[in-house]
Design a protein around this ligand. Structure first.
Ligand SMILES: Cc1cc2nc3c(=O)[nH]c(=O)nc-3n(C[C@H](O)[C@H](O)[C@H](O)COP(=O)(O)OP(=O)(O)OC[C@H]3O[C@@H](n4cnc5c(N)ncnc54)[C@H](O)[C@@H]3O)c2cc1C
Length: 466
């Protein structure tokens, strides 16, 4: 519900708008610069560095023809590409990536793999617990499928069940209790923790109450993405790095329905899927009126020595705050503490945050204020990342009105499972294969205005909420 409040503030107006998804070039201009952010520096995250060398890929430097092209090499795009090859091994499939493969949100996140549908709490409020239960069941099938995928393809990413502690200050205690009741109603297991037991676990007085969520899995996002990339390559997918798609033209030809232009070569593809996440509106304004990129950032400390760990005196949990503008705290396999915050909307649909140093300093202050046992730890790593939010909080996945064009994006902070599963389902749709969960794919809903209202609304919301 709160996410919706945020988008409403950004959007000023709501309402479901049906009809075409593709904006004319003239309309797209109202959303500001409309070519991909190729100058995005993309500092690697801890996860990307820790995964080691990614399998080799090269830039597209000629004109090629394929059956299926996927834009974006995150978990959504690689899941789709792997599925296309699994369903139809004879098809020529390529993935085009503007930067290093897997260097988007999929390798710079907080490592949670949750079988939860994005906006299940607002579905609960508007349609009741039974309907919310069905949507969460859908995401749980996605989680099981993702776990199976990693096992079948021998992806070594330390994917394991690990409790997630939801945290609330005194002010947010009511919200946490409501969430706990609703989770129970929709079959998600967990328990409320208070008093000394809670304090001993988290080691701070900043929060008053917690909820141990037993449904959470933790992965190593860098190693997971490396494994997905290797699987795609092993299946014969052609993956091109440093090959940003600047524009997609729809043509009359049945064999070259879509022409994708990159700086050094083009791809003629019968079908194309946009798995470009928060970066999508910068591709000629695509879906600008339906989604908004939000920039996040993470800081991580030096690895804790055994004596530092003992001095901290807390159980090492993964923790997250209940409110929408939340912070998340977790630990890496080498015992670093990482802390993730939300920075806000960067004007003109940019995924680059201008004053990152200031933002990192704020995060460090917030981490030390919330968890005093981190006070003497040195912050040694920092990285930003972007997510795509839609008006309803639900992803947009399925065909676009133009011939042979599909989309799978808008996964907010739940993309490691939902991006994976929706990418798989849209791939089924692209080759005309059936899947029992196809009915869960959704088109866009709700309208978000162009600049300057978008910036004014977003900045107003974040300045009052953070
Ligand atoms: C800090 C942070 C913490 C998060 N924590 C969690 C979490 O704990 N659990 C969870 O489930 N989710 C989390 N998320 C969200 C999750 O990471 C995303 O929802 C998910 O990774 C989306 O995957 P994707 O493949 O759709 O997008 P991405 O991984 O962003 O991939 C999109 C790719 O498309 C490429 N691209 C874009 N435009 C073009 C173009 N024009 N041409 C070619 N390539 C292009 C990009 O370079 C990028 O590599 C978090 C995100 C962030 C940033």
């Amino acid at each position: 519900m709160e996410r919706r409040k945020m988008i409403k503030t950004i959007g000023i107006s709501g309402g479901v708008i049906a009809g075409g998804l593709i904006l004319s070039t003239a309309t797209a201009k109202k959303w500001g610069p409309n070519s991909p952010q190729v100058d995005d520096p993309r500092e690697p995250s801890f996860w990307e560095k820790d995964a080691g060398q990614m399998p080799e890929t090269t830039q597209l430097t000629s004109d090629i023809q394929v059956d299926m092209a996927v834009i974006g090499s995150g978990i959504t795009g690689l899941s789709a590409a792997c599925t296309l090859k699994e369903l139809r091994p004879e098809l020529k499939v390529c993935v085009l990536e503007s930067h290093r493969p897997c260097s988007g949100a999929s390798s710079r996140n907080s490592a949670h793999m949750k079988g939860e549908y994005h906006s299940w709490e607002s579905i609960y409020s508007s349609e009741g617990p039974e309907v919310a239960f069905e949507w969460n069941k859908f995401s749980q099938r996605g989680l099981e499928d993702a776990i199976n995928f990693t096992k079948t393809n021998n992806i070594d990413c330390n994917l394991h069940k690990e409790t997630l502690m939801w945290l609330a200050t005194r002010n947010k205690a009511g919200k946490l209790k409501t969430m706990a009741k609703r989770m129970k109603d929709v079959g998600l297991k967990g328990t409320i923790v208070t008093g000394k037991k809670f304090h001993d676990k988290v080691g701070t007085d900043f929060y008053q109450i917690g909820f141990e969520d037993f449904n959470n899995y933790i992965t190593h996002p860098g190693k997971m993405m490396k494994g997905f990339l290797q699987t795609a390559l092993d299946r014969g997918v052609m993956v091109y790095s440093a090959s940003p798609v600047m524009a997609v033209a729809n043509s009359d030809s049945k064999t070259e329905t879509n022409i994708l232009k990159t700086p050094k070569g083009s791809v003629a593809a019968k079908k194309v899927m946009f798995a470009s996440n928060a970066y999508t509106p910068r591709i000629k304004g695509l879906l600008s009126s339906r989604m908004v990129p939000i920039v996040l950032a993470t800081i991580a400390t030096e690895p804790l020595t055994p004596s530092q760990k003992a001095a901290a005196g807390v159980e090492f949990d993964h923790m997250t705050e209940v409110q929408l503008i939340s912070r998340t705290l977790g630990h890496t396999p080498d015992n670093r503490i990482y802390f993730r915050g939300i920075l806000g909307y960067s004007s003109f649909n940019s995924c680059v945050w201008k004053n990152l140093d200031k933002a990192y300093n704020r995060l460090e202050r917030e981490m030390k204020e919330r968890m005093p046992w981190t006070r003497d730890l040195k912050v040694t790593l920092k990285w930003p990342g972007a997510v795509a939010l839609t008006y309803s909080g639900k992803p947009i996945a399925g065909p676009l009105p133009l011939e042979g064009q599909y989309v799978s994006l808008g996964y907010g902070g739940f993309g490691m499972v939902n991006g994976y599963y929706h990418g798989k389902l849209v791939a089924h749709r692209m080759v005309g294969a059936d899947h029992p969960d196809m009915k869960f794919l959704r088109g866009p809903s709700g309208w978000i205005p162009p600049e300057p209202s978008r910036s004014i609304g977003a900045k107003t919301f974040f300045s009052f909420t953070i």
